[in-house]
Ligand binder design. Structure first.
Ligand code: BG6
Length: 297
């Protein structure tokens, strides 16, 4: 496995050709390619990669709050989606596993670990959220797919509440041909129409601005599948992440976002975001929360 750590990012290429690139800013995965070099994630042409703004595309990491929570005193001062995506993470190292066979490296995979803790947060953020925590985010690339998982530990004396979301921008060719299955018969909150609670029947199709928080009735062990024109494009497996956000800004919202380019890019992306965001996870002193997703195609 070929690893490079330069230019504020870490990238890895498997002997079979798959690759991943992670920016230290936000520990944001900004590229994931299959062995033929096809990009699987959508990244805006105008995404800021210099740390001046959260990355528009890839997999930004949402913690400790999803959206904003004006009614939740402990997190009410934080910016939209918290500080994890806007903080500089530390690269903790890699562990790779090569194939058992000496003649073939076809099973080689790599895990890249990143860390963030209250001790390394900037002073401003510490002032907005004064809790003592540590987080380890692991990005694992295999020939079959990409897994991203987070462990958050309360290292302080006070309990704290948090939410976590893996804000994945999947690259697709034509949003009008996309169907999302695995969310059938599930309740969701429709953020486009004043946070109404609705019920999904059948597959999800996207025909306009979409911003929904699903809690899939089938539970986390059942995959959410994105198909395009009838063929499987992505499968998302979740571990301990009970909610799934489905987001597409459509034309008007995309036009209003300075870092969303090209403006027609909403046709080429769909955010399917595994997380724990409907309720708060309370972590007592010494407790840890663990959540992960595995994306495959
Ligand atoms: C989604 C939210 O997860 O992220 C949307 O449900 C939000 O409401 C979107 O618009 C993008 O957020 P941001 O902060 O990256 O523009």
């Amino acid at each position: 496995v070929n690893i490079s750590h330069a230019n504020s990012r870490v990238s890895a290429v498997l002997p079979t050709g798959e690759s991943v690139e992670v920016l230290l800013f936000g520990a944001t995965v900004i590229s994931w390619k299959d062995r033929a070099g096809n990009e699987k994630l959508w990244l805006s042409d105008a995404a800021k990669l210099d740390g001046s703004k959260a990355v528009r595309g890839g997999i930004p990491l949402v913690f400790p709050v999803f959206g904003t929570a004006p009614d939740h005193a402990a997190t009410s001062k934080l910016p939209q989606h918290g500080f994890a995506r806007n903080s500089k993470w530390e690269f903790l190292g890699k562990s790779s596993s090569e194939s058992a066979s000496s003649t073939s490296h076809s099973d080689a995979s790599v895990k890249l670990d990143f860390g963030l803790s209250s001790a390394t947060l900037d002073e401003k953020t510490k002032g907005l959220w004064p809790y003592t925590f540590s987080a380890i985010y692991s990005v694992t690339l295999t020939p079959e797919g990409l897994s991203t998982g987070i462990v958050i530990t309360n290292d302080g004396k006070e309990p704290f509440d948090c939410q976590v979301l893996l804000h994945t921008y999947l690259r697709i060719n034509d949003i009008t041909k996309v169907k999302i299955t695995g969310l059938e018969d599930s309740k969701y909150i429709d953020k486009v129409v004043g946070a109404q609670t609705k019920s999904q029947s059948g597959a999800v199709t996207i025909t306009g601005e979409t911003d929904r928080v699903y809690t899939p009735a089938k539970g986390p062990s059942s995959p959410v599948v994105v198909t395009e024109g009838g063929s499987n494009a992505f499968s998302i497996m979740r571990d301990n992440l009970k909610d799934v956000v489905v987001w597409n800004p459509w034309a008007e919202k995309a036009a209003g976002m300075g870092d969303f380019e090209p403006k027609s890019g909403f046709k080429n992306m769909i955010c399917v975001e595994a997380g724990s965001v409907r309720s708060w996870t309370s972590l007592e002193t010494g407790d840890a929360f663990e959540g992960a997703q595995t994306l495959s195609y």
